[in-house]
Ligand binder design. Structure first.
Ligand SMILES: [Zn+2]
Length: 81
């Protein structure tokens, strides 16, 4: 199995504060990050992206919320300000 390590654009290393030195890759359900400038290394279990269906539902609710906010603004918008 080939693991592709990709640099994260704009990521700043929490240890040496260098930008664009963080690489990220995934293997066996774990997300790894390390820094090529220092010895920073971390691993995180991948959990959040396991339910794309849930994310879609949340996005839809956000859209509805945005629409309802827009209506509220129209109703409450004072005239002649
Ligand atoms: Zn570093």
């Amino acid at each position: 199995m080939t693991v592709t390590k990709r640099f994260i654009a704009g990521a700043i290393c929490p240890r040496c504060a260098e930008m664009d030195r963080i690489r990220s890759w995934e293997q066996n359900g774990i997300r790894y990050r390390d820094c090529v400038s220092c010895d920073f290394f971390e691993q995180l279990p991948i959990e959040d992206e396991a339910e794309p269906e849930l994310e879609t539902r949340v996005n839809r609710e956000r859209e509805e919320q945005a629409r309802s906010d827009l209506q509220t603004v129209k109703i409450l918008d004072p005239k002649g300000h």
